[in-house]
Design a protein around this ligand. Structure first.
Ligand code: HEM
Length: 465
């Protein structure tokens, strides 16, 4: 493991955030982790110690931390293994992309880059729009639609189709239950370990396992026949055949769940937050509808059209600023780590509070206001200010995919449906587990259809595609 010569003669003492006996800072953190990290940054500076969920950890936060994550010192000084080990062990796998570092991580990212990128959606916007319509017809026809849950079903279906070429509808519910337990119990550990024995999880897990096995078998058959498809699973299978030590056979099933672990709750929460911001903020809905209607006035929608949804993308950016799904990134220190005149000791758990500047007046005037026009004022571009997709070596590999997927989901929803908050006074309630975001209780009213479900024509792709 890398070592680092200490260059600071007298490091600054690291303050400990005062808390309650026994539970320390757990309650404040569990209530609103983003607000907790911001308060501590203001009160204690960019480095402090906290006692949360029964563990003492270090925090580095603010724009300094965001900039630090892109440096060589962070690359060499931080590792991700421990955070993801529970998931790896649960599946009897050897590793997962999110939990490896160094050369193996770079090789795995290279194999998965294309499958996780928006290339996976290229030329397929008509299919994806059909999936969104199916999901709108199925889950968005009640008087009070639970927004996060309805988006979760939509996203499982979309991700399954895009990443693996297969979105078995009869498994959608199992995948959703399975992933929520995995995130809650094995990854973020916000729920106790015994919950892994709950019948609901065991049932869902068994079904997802069956699905994984059948897909792996199918992919081996493709490999033998020389017909591996060009998607994430196909690329991973090729990676396994080229280097069976890097991507081991026992890792393949985990790859199937990878896109859902990374993409399901992140996207569903962000979309739900965006819906709230759009419906709640005067003047925003009309602009979103106008942009969405212009998009679907076309018979064919291309990637360029989706990337051109400027106002909708600004709404999504604001949703990710105000309701970031990753308030902090979690790591372990490889060696004594210097940061801003402090030294965080080796082998300690450390939170990197990259979302702290999202709530700072210095970067975003009137920070609690949902204001899509900030994007035109380039507030998000200030160094270290904005990092919803994380920073550094493990930053989101699915960012470009997430952006277009969320763009088309919002555009289609607001083009097709008239929706409103259950009351104009409604103020969004939030949750922290498994992923911070709008509470499951957040509901909207469907007031009727704005436009019928007219299918798009398939794009005729040229040779280059
Ligand atoms: C709103 C949507 C999303 C947000 C805000 C988001 C955010 C993040 C963040 C903050 C990280 C870094 C975690 C860390 O450093 O510990 C990350 C990693 C990752 N994300 Fe996303 N994500 C989103 C959607 C997606 C989607 C749709 C996919 C693909 C299906 C995806 C795939 C990944 C992968 C594979 C990684 C791990 C990269 C690595 O470890 O090298 N994400 N994401």
């Amino acid at each position: 493991m890398a070592t680092q010569a200490k260059t600071i003669e007298e490091p600054k003492p690291i303050p400990t955030v005062s808390g309650l006996p026994l539970v320390g800072n757990t309650l404040e953190m569990a209530k609103d982790p983003a607000a907790f990290f911001v308060r501590c940054y203001r009160d204690y500076g960019p480095v402090y110690r906290v006692n949360v969920f029964g563990q003492k950890s270090y925090v580095i936060a603010g724009p300094e931390a965001g900039k630090f994550m892109n440096t060589k010192a962070a690359r060499n000084g931080l590792r991700s293994k421990e955070f993801w080990q529970g998931l790896v062990d649960h599946h009897g796998a050897s590793k997962t992309l999110t939990g490896v570092d160094g050369e193996d991580h770079q090789k795995m990212r290279a194999i998965m880059r294309d499958g996780f990128s928006r290339n996976a959606m290229f030329g397929r916007y008509h299919e994806l729009t059909d999936i969104i319509d199916i999901s709108l017809a199925r889950d968005w026809n009640e008087e009070a639609v639970p927004v996060v849950e309805a988006f979760q079903y939509m996203i499982v279906h979309l991700l399954g189709e895009v990443m693996t070429g297969n979105a078995p509808l009869e498994y959608v519910r199992d995948i959703r239950v399975n992933i929520l337990y995995i995130l809650n119990v094995l990854v973020t550990k916000q729920r106790p370990g015994f919950m892994i024995h709950m019948p609901e999880f065991k049932r869902a897990s068994k079904r997802v396992d069956e699905l994984g096995q059948s897909m792996v078998d199918e992919f081996f058959a493709h490999a033998e026949a020389g017909t591996l498809p060009k998607n994430l699973l196909g690329d991973v299978m090729r990676g396994h055949l080229d280097d069976p030590e890097l991507i081991q056979k026992r890792d393949l099933k985990l790859v199937l769940t990878g896109p859902y672990v990374a993409g399901l709750d992140t996207v569903a929460n962000t979309l739900a937050a965006a819906v709230y911001g759009i419906l709640k903020t005067p003047g925003v809905l009309e602009k979103v509808q106008a942009e969405a209607d212009e998009l679907f006035a076309r018979d064919v929608v291309t990637e360029r059209d989706v990337l051109g949804l400027d106002y909708i993308q600004s709404c999504l950016k604001e949703a990710m600023r105000l309701w970031p799904i990753a308030v902090a990134q979690m790591r372990t220190t490889n060696h004594d780590l210097e940061f801003e005149g402090y030294v965080v000791p080796k082998d300690e758990t450390i939170f990197i509070g990259t979302s702290v500047p999202h709530f700072m007046e210095e970067f975003f005037p009137d920070p609690m206001k949902f204001d899509p026009d900030r994007v035109d004022r380039r507030e998000h571009l200030k160094p270290g200010a904005y990092a919803p997709f994380g920073r550094g070596t493990h930053s989101c590999l699915g960012q470009s995919l997430a952006e277009v997927m969320m763009g088309i989901c919002i555009a289609r929803l607001f083009h097709r449906m008239n929706i409103s908050l259950t009351s104009p006074d409604y103020v969004l309630k939030t949750k922290t587990a498994p992923t911070p975001g709008p509470a499951m209780s957040f509901k909207i009213k469907v007031d009727g259809e704005r436009n019928p479900a007219k299918s798009l024509d398939a794009e005729i792709l040229g040779e280059a595609a």
